[in-house]
Design a protein around this ligand. Structure first.
Ligand code: GTP
Ligand code: MG
Length: 195
């Protein structure tokens, strides 16, 4: 799988705008500002394929990227962003929930979590919800570059315990340094083989 062979496809603001499910989807979910778009840029080796921002709430639609004419990457809007109105928040929520439950071609949800902090209730809810619906997911602990290796290991163990996942079921990542990127690429390739 050549991840650098990638192009932007479309932004979907409703489920009717999703592309035909001719390739499997890998979706990227997480709190607003956690680093979803940056992770995708690193994954495909492009600095600016996906717009990133230090202001939370940048991504507001389901953004589709086509990789190697064989796989869709889907950048989801972040959750838990307080500065948008409740009405906007709940319409995002409906879009994302509708997408996650209805998309038959969804191969895996990459759940991106900030390695610096304790697990947030919304992250826990998302993982529980994915488990409940029997969806494949892969936790990725990001912004590792902001911590020493010791601290990375300690925080990762705490998140593992909170999520009840084994160390080999998640990845420690940094969009800044590329730590964990190879591992993420090979894990995603595995999901596609079994899809
Ligand atoms: N140090 C460091 N900063 C990061 C990393 N990933 C993202 N950031 C920074 O975090 C901020 C948010 O990154 P985005 O990739 O836009 O986050 P997002 O989750 O897509 O945000 P929304 O689209 O608003 O939900 C930006 O200022 C990034 O530069 C990382 O691995 N390390
Ligand atoms: Mg984003």
């Amino acid at each position: 799988m050549n991840f650098s062979n990638v192009r932007f496809l479309l932004s979907a603001y409703s489920l009717g705008q999703l592309p035909e499910p001719v390739y499997p989807d890998i979706a990227f979910a997480g709190r607003s500002n956690v680093g979803k778009s940056s992770l995708i840029n690193r994954l495909v080796g492009r600095r600016n394929l996906v717009k990133t921002s230090s202001r939370p709430g940048k991504t507001q639609s389901l953004n589709y990227f086509l990789v190697d004419e064989s796989l869709y990457l889907v950048d989801l809007p972040g959750y838990g962003f307080a500065r948008v109105s409740r009405k906007v928040q709940s319409s995002w929520q409906q879009l994302i929930t509708g997408y996650l439950t209805g998309r038959q071609s969804l191969a895996c949800v990459v759940v991106i979590i900030d390695l610096r902090h304790e697990l947030k209730p919304r992250d826990r809810e998302l993982i529980d919800w994915l488990r409940h619906h029997g969806l494949a997911y892969l936790p990725v602990y990001t912004k590792a570059d902001k911590l020493t290796r010791n601290r990375q290991a300690r925080n990762a163990s705490a998140l593992d315990a909170a999520l009840t996942v084994d160390p080999d079921e998640r990845i420690i990542f940094s969009a800044r340094t590329g730590q964990g990127c190879r591992e993420l690429q090979s894990r995603l390739a595995l999901y596609l083989e079994s899809w």
